[in-house]
Design a protein around this ligand. Sequence first.
Ligand SMILES: *Cc1c(COP(=O)(O)O)cnc(C)c1O
Length: 230
Amino acid sequence: MDHSHLAANWADVRHRVDEACRAAGRDPAEVSILPVSKTFDADVVRAAVALGLRRFGENKVQEIRDKSGPLADCGIAWVVIGHLQTNKAKEVARLASEVQSLDRIELADALHRRLQAEGRRLDVLVQVKTSSEESKHGLSPDALPAFLDSLAHYETLCMRGLMTLATHSDDPAEVRACFRELRELRDTAQAQGHDLPRLSMGMSGDFPLAIAEGATEVRIGSAIFGRRPV
Ligand SMILES: *Cc1c(COP(=O)(O)O)cnc(C)c1O
């Protein structure tokens, strides 16, 4: 299969991210891109590896399992960005380098036990629900302070920051409000002594707004890999 579109898409996305940084008065070096390879198979990911990409976001553990075997030689860091059931903790502890969708204590508990067994640690971001959409997962903003306090007990989970998905809306103000809320929650938590340098927010359709509100990482799928089969 021909994957030549990937190089052009990747260059275009990096350019647009840099432009959004400049428009926001930020240094482009502050914002990284997490390519989201969900639904694309191992061959496509390998072509992205050839462009120098090494971290990939996936929303299903099953897909990480399927791709990590054939790509074992690539040194990929797999990042879980989708809703995670506790019965997947064992595989996550074995295969992933990071979880951005940590949203409840039972999951932290399950991951911790499995990570202890594996002798590994994971970087984690807490997913916060900043949108009122029923379909979106995440911890309620009110519950964040207590949740962060309880996570401090799990030495296998390295807390790095917060993640969110914005409301799906044509109104940029509504979308931006979600990103602003996440940044403000982070700022409050930092003032309370939590070290949360990372804000993972923004996708192909809304990343300039997220960058304007302080994203340190944008999760980009379709703008790099193309439209996903539905
Ligand atoms: C699919 C997905 C993305 C990327 O979405 P695009 O619109 O294709 O860029 C980002 N974050 C999460 C949590 C996703 O599930």
